[in-house]
Ligand binder design. Structure first.
Ligand code: ATP
Length: 255
C-alpha cells in the first residue's frame, strides 16, 4: 500500500478534478460526547476514474460519501464538484446539483414500488422539470440489459434486476459523479459482477467518475484505485490491486 503523500497531485491538473475533498473534517456531537469521524481528508477524484473506498468499520467511509455528495456538511474543509464549491450552497441549490450532476446507487435499491420500471428510471428527469423522451429511457434500459422489463414493477424483478434499474435511473441524467454505497451488498457473486461491470462501463465508456464504498475486496478490485481510510484519515491506496492484495491491506489496517 502506498502512503498518503503520493496521492496529492504532484502537478496542478489542467482541468479541475471531478471531485475534490479539501481538508474535510466531520465531528458528530451529541450529549454522549463527540466523535471525529473525519479528521482532515484531502483527496482528488480524477475525471473518469473508478475509486473504491475501504476501511475498517467506523473509519469514516459513509461519512466521507455523505459529505462528498452534499448530503451532509463537513465540520470544516470544502468539497468541490467539477470546480464548483459546495460550501455555502443552500438546500435548494444542493438538491439541484445532486439531481443534475450526481447519481446514487445504494445497497437498498430505493425504487418506488408503485411506479413501473420505466417511470422509476424517468423520475430523475421529471424532477428536474423535464419530460423524458422514450428513446432516452429505452437507451439506459438497454444499457443495463433490461429491455422488455419497462412495464414491470420493482417487486416483479430479482434483486439484481432491481439494482440494474437503480443504475439505469442514476445513468439517465448522465451525472458527472456516481456515488455507490455497498451497491452489491445484497447480491450474489455473479449478479454482483454484472453490476460492477456496469459501473466500470460508466467510467470507461462515458468518462463518468465512480466513488464506491465497499467492504468486499472482490468488488473493490473492479476499481482502478482503492483508497483506504483508517480512523478518519486516508491511510493509503492501492492501484489495480487484486482481491488478495486488497484483502491483505485491509487485514493490516484491522490489526
Ligand atoms: N450521526 C452520527 N452521530 C454520531 N456519530 C456518528 C454518526 N454517524 C457516524 N458516526 C460515527 O462516526 C464514525 C464513522 O462512521 P461511518 O459510518 O462514517 O463509518 P464507516 O467506515 O462507514 O463504518 P461501517 O463500515 O461500519 O459502515 C463512527 O465512529 C460512527 O460511530
Amino acid at each position: 500500500m502506498t502512503s498518503t503523500a503520493p496521492m496529492r497531485p504532484s502537478v496542478v491538473p489542467s482541468e479541475p478534478p471531478a471531485l475534490l475533498l479539501d481538508g474535510i473534517t466531520k465531528t458528530y456531537r451529541s450529549k454522549a460526547g463527540s466523535v471525529e469521524a473525519l479528521r482532515g481528508v484531502t483527496y482528488h477524484f480524477v475525471r473518469g476514474s473508478f475509486t473504491a473506498v475501504m476501511g475498517p468499520s467506523g473509519s469514516g467511509k459513509s461519512t466521507l460519501l455523505q459529505c462528498a455528495a452534499g448530503l451532509d456538511q463537513p465540520t470544516s474543509g470544502n468539497v468541490m464538484l467539477g470546480g464548483n464549491s459546495l460550501r455555502g450552497l443552500n438546500e435548494v441549490a444542493l438538491t439541484k446539483l445532486r439531481r443534475e450532476q450526481m447519481g446514487f446507487v445504494f445497497q437498498a435499491y430505493n425504487l418506488l414500488p408503485s411506479l413501473t420500471v420505466y417511470d422509476n428510471i424517468a423520475l430523475p428527469l421529471r424532477l428536474t422539470g423535464r419530460k423524458p423522451r422514450r428513446d432516452e429511457v429505452h437507451r439506459v434500459l438497454d444499457q443495463v440489459g433490461l429491455e422488455g422489463k419497462a412495464r414491470r414493477r420493482p417487486a416483479e424483478l430479482s434483486g439484481g434486476q432491481q439494482q440494474r434499474v437503480a443504475i439505469a435511473r442514476a445513468l439517465i441524467t448522465q451525472p458527472a459523479v456516481f456515488f455507490a454505497d455497498e451497491p452489491t451488498g445484497a447480491l450474489d457473486s455473479s449478479t454482483s459482477r454484472q453490476i460492477l461491470g456496469l459501473l466500470r462501463e460508466a467510467t470507461d465508456r462515458a468518462g463518468q467518475t465512480v466513488v464506491m464504498v465497499t467492504h468486499d475486496p472482490v468488488a473493490a478490485a473492479y476499481a482502478e484505485r482503492v483508497l483506504f481510510l483508517s480512523d478518519g484519515l486516508v491511510a493509503g491506496s492501492i492501484d489495480r490491486g487484486t482481491p488478495a492484495q486488497i484483502a491483505a491491506a485491509m487485514s493490516e489496517l484491522e490489526r
